[in-house]
Design a protein around this ligand. Structure first.
Ligand SMILES: Cc1cc2nc3c(=O)[nH]c(=O)nc-3n(C[C@H](O)[C@H](O)[C@H](O)COP(=O)(O)OP(=O)(O)OC[C@H]3O[C@@H](n4cnc5c(N)ncnc54)[C@H](O)[C@@H]3O)c2cc1C
Length: 508
């Protein structure tokens, strides 16, 4: 749907906030700002015809509520052999923050969501081979020390594993040592449904205008501090200018080119490395019904950490599905519906050195991605058989996943480094911010937007009014959950009740 732009507000008086992109990040920021300050005027600009049509759509991401329960790349092994769980703790805490915000939206009838937008699906890490079994056992022992993970169960017992994950165990070599951990608190989230619900609400709010089919082409800071945004109506071809006091570039893979156009010094030196993705989607209902878990394995050598393969039960539009992947690949597009010129056009004199340095340091990643692109359908089934030994090619169909643009940034020692997280880049007296990177992504949208508010709305965040509202939206706001077991239990039982999740259970 394309809404007509109101020239009076947009061109003459300007608006308070422009959100570029209608994915989960802009939706979250828009919702938070509107709850904190109902008088704000917000305009949303989205190049596609609807919200959540890129990475935030359920079919374009894996829908894992990232809590570090099963993702082995969040718990690296240190040189002394011990396991570092600090990143896992941060991610698990962030997801608890997201759940509190979503519970606030539902409890207060702010948004209507299908019951199935979030569901408990056990999160299982599954490994094979002696070294991997040792790693998983050590990881389990380290993680259960922290209250966030103390419901984790570990087993090497094949009979137990057959109960948990029959597809994974059927037809498996019995001489091979295997092990798994299980967290029943794991979730599958339809981030697309969530995002669309938030935009449905925002569009009805007084002071919010949403313009689909409108692509942002340029942005420039004016002498008076406001931003002038040039936007093209993709239906009529008409270009217009609009003015705003604050701009958020929540354009997903399209954020880097817009950050470059903003010309803020803080944005200089950033580059992007696009990683594409494909899934195998199961089309045999009897196979789909036999599996109920998200099963994550260990990443292959050289593979990007977010491309660890997993065999996932999904609930999309109320229907149970089964996906395997993602198979990573290389494409020069920054968005699934982007242009092959995205990567070449993003290369500037200011980021050329970081990009070359990062490329040279990551030759194994480049080789891995090239190998992935060259995979035949049979190679893909072979990879699936590591997880599901009896898999039959006729039960699976190839689908294209969303595009992820990893961050390349300047580094004083190495020239440039490739990073796999997300980063908020802000500048011009915090009148603009852009979100770069893709992982852990949608699950941590609320924490990312809180950090953006703390940085860019500094003068408001510490007022009593905002503090009270923030604590109403996120009861644990400002407190550590890892260090406060009673508070964690309290927020988990509150969010489980409101979101219809199973309460934390005793160890199986
Ligand atoms: C394969 C894959 C698996 C993933 N798995 C998970 C997972 O399991 N769990 C998880 O939490 N996260 C996961 N993620 C990450 C998650 O999907 C993203 O972090 C999140 O959706 C990003 O939201 P966003 O709003 O920043 O971007 P998007 O949802 O991509 O939205 C950006 C929007 O900006 C628009 N846009 C771009 N340029 C312009 C422009 N110039 N003008 C106007 N509009 C523009 C785009 O059309 C798009 O609609 C995964 C991602 C991928 C690709």
């Amino acid at each position: 749907m394309t809404m007509v732009m109101n020239n009076n507000t947009a061109e003459n008086n300007g608006t308070d906030v422009v959100l570029i992109g209608a994915g989960i990040m802009s939706a979250t920021l828009g919702m938070m700002l509107k709850e904190l300050n109902p008088d704000l005027k917000i305009e949303v600009l989205e190049r596609l015809d609807g919200a959540a049509a890129e990475s935030s759509d359920a079919w374009n991401n894996a829908g894992t509520g990232h809590s570090a329960f099963c993702e082995l790349n969040y718990t690296p092994e240190k040189p002394d052999g011990s396991i570092d769980i600090s990143k896992a703790v941060r991610i698990a805490e962030s997801f608890e923050i997201s759940k509190q915000f979503w519970a606030y939206l539902i409890k207060n009838n702010i948004i209507e969501l299908p019951n199935s937008f979030i569901r408990n699906i056990p999160h299982i890490s599954f490994v094979w081979g002696n070294d991997n079994v040792d790693f998983l056992r050590k990881r389990y022992e380290a993680m259960v020390q922290c209250h966030l993970f103390d419901e984790m169960v570990y087993t090497e017992d094949r009979e137990q594993l057959k109960e948990w994950i029959p597809l994974v165990m059927e037809g498996r070599d019995t001489s091979e040592p295997v092990a798994a951990t299980r967290m029943d608190l794991g979730t599958d989230v339809n981030f697309g449904a969530l995002t669309r619900s938030m935009f449905d609400y925002l569009q009805k709010k007084c002071g919010v205008e949403t313009h689909f089919g409108h692509e942002v082409r340029k942005l420039k800071q004016m002498g008076d501090g406001r931003w002038r945004i040039t936007v093209k109506d993709l239906q009529t071809g008409e270009k217009r200018k609009m003015y705003t006091r604050y701009v958020f570039i929540g354009a997903g893979g399209g954020a880097l080119p817009l950050l470059e156009k903003s010309k803020i010094p803080e944005g200089k030196g950033y580059g992007g490395f696009p990683v594409s993705g494909q899934w195998l989607r199961c089309i045999n209902r009897s196979v789909i019904e036999k599996h109920e878990a998200k099963v994550y394995g260990k990443a292959a050598v050289g593979s990007p950490p977010m491309s660890v393969p997993h065999l996932d039960t999904r609930y999309i539009n109320g229907k149970r599905e089964l996906l395997f992947g993602p198979y990573a690949g290389f494409s020069t597009k920054f968005l699934k519906r982007g242009s092959f010129m995205d990567l070449p056009k993003s290369i500037k004199p200011t980021n050329l050195r970081p990009m070359i340095s990062a490329g040279l340091q990551n030759m194994s990643l480049t080789k891995y991605l090239i190998d992935q692109v060259r995979q035949s359908p049979l190679d893909r089934i072979e990879a699936l058989k590591d997880f599901y030994p009896d898999a039959r090619p006729e039960d699976w169909k190839l689908e294209v996943a969303g595009q992820r643009v990893q961050i390349i940034k300047k580094d004083a020692d190495k020239g440039g480094v490739l990073e796999f997280g997300t980063e908020v880049v802000s500048g011009a007296n915090c009148t603009m911010a852009a979100l770069l990177g893709a992982s852990p992504g949608a699950s941590t949208a609320v924490s990312i937007m809180l950090s953006l508010l703390e940085r860019c709305f500094m003068h408001r965040i510490n007022t009593e009014e905002w503090q009270v509202k923030l604590k109403e939206m996120i009861p644990s706001y400002g407190q550590s959950l890892a260090g406060n077991p009673a508070l964690l239990d309290q927020v988990r039982s509150y969010t489980s009740e409101v979101l219809g999740l199973v309460p934390a259970t005793a160890k199986r």
